[in-house]
Write a protein that binds this ligand. Structure first.
Ligand code: ZN
Length: 328
């Protein structure tokens, strides 16, 4: 757990005003290599730089409780502040600390953009991606530095746009690889200022960097009849270069923690036939042009859900299995 100085906490409060401020507790050369805020969202060079940092040998795969885990969270903290995201109301910082099943102290990094509509702002659309990976030489560029770079690009785009009707919470989860522990901590022991009952959708990204391997990005969880399905179907025509697979469920990422609690989800994923959980999952293997477009599509769909006039909370009939276990 990285301790934050009072000055760093104060900078969070000024986040809407300040450009990326140097982190006063950060003095060594590894910290100086942390990328600053990009000039614009969905910038390929900026997203490459984010992946390069998170999946660098210096962070050694970001396993929970390691210095690489601390560094990844510090990076996310700085970027969230830089982009003007807010810590959850009443929370002292962006970090929600928890201890994983093996006793490692780690944290989720959570910030939000408030909704603008008086009626809908209490509804929350969560945009999620896990930042941890396996460590010990497995660097996790696709899994899941790619998804985190997408989350950061979406956060930047939405922070620069008109506010959506619903509140959007950006959740970078820890300890996913050991069993979605960060997402479970977020929903079962929620941080101050957050109620899982307010979440109407989870839009999750995990492994969005290997489109070129198979030529398909899957919008998993886009089950027939869901608002998520409608949102993806409406947007995908704007991405003729992407083949977007619809309709299949998945229990293989943090979205499972949401749907098992009755919250519908979308999970954007590209197959990684060669380097899944392997040492070759390094930044050089990623298809960056496609990753940028997948992130852009995901962000538009998340914003569409946040602006939707549909009753997202009421759209799920009691007793519906939004995990679609029967479809697996
Ligand atoms: Zn993953």
């Amino acid at each position: 757990m990285t301790l934050r100085s009072p000055l760093a906490l104060a900078l969070v409060g000024l986040a809407g005003l300040a450009a990326c401020a140097p982190r006063p507790e950060c003095a060594d050369s590894a910290c100086e290599a942390i990328p600053s805020c990009p000039d614009s969202a969905f910038d390929e060079a900026a997203m490459r730089a984010d992946v390069a940092y998170l999946a660098s040998e210096a962070l050694d795969g970001r396993a929970p409780g390691t210095p690489g885990d601390d560094a990844a969270r510090a990076f996310l903290h700085d970027r969230f502040a830089c982009l003007g995201l807010r810590p959850l109301p009443g929370a002292p910082s962006f970090e929600q600390a928890f201890t994983d099943a093996e006793g490692h102290e780690t944290a989720n990094v959570v910030g939000y953009l408030p909704g603008a509509d008086a009626g809908d702002a209490s509804d929350i659309v969560v945009v999620s991606a896990h930042f941890d990976h396996l460590g010990d030489g497995r660097l996790g560029a696709n899994d899941n530095a790619s998804g985190v770079s997408g989350l950061l690009a979406i956060a930047q785009a939405l922070s620069e746009a008109e506010p959506t009707d619903r509140t959007v919470v950006f959740a970078a989860f820890g300890a996913e690889e050991s069993g979605m522990e960060g997402a479970a901590a977020f929903l079962d022991t929620p941080p101050e200022g957050f109620s899982p009952d307010d979440v109407v959708y989870d839009v999750n990204m995990d492994m969005i960097g290997t489109y070129g391997a198979t030529g398909t990005v899957y919008a998993l969880g886009s089950l027939a009849g869901t608002e998520g399905r409608a949102a993806v179907a409406a947007r995908r025509a704007e991405y003729p270069e992407l083949d977007v697979g619809l309709g299949e469920p998945s229990d293989l990422s943090d979205n499972e923690a949401f749907c098992s609690r009755g919250i519908p989800y979308l999970f954007f994923w590209t197959e990684d036939p060669d380097c899944y959980h392997a040492r070759c999952d390094v930044p050089d293997q990623l298809d960056y042009p496609s990753m940028v477009e997948i992130a852009r599509l995901t962000g538009q769909v998340a914003a569409d859900l946040a602006d939707s006039d549909a009753d997202l909370r009421g759209a799920v009939a009691p007793g519906t299995d939004v995990c679609d276990r029967a479809g697996r």
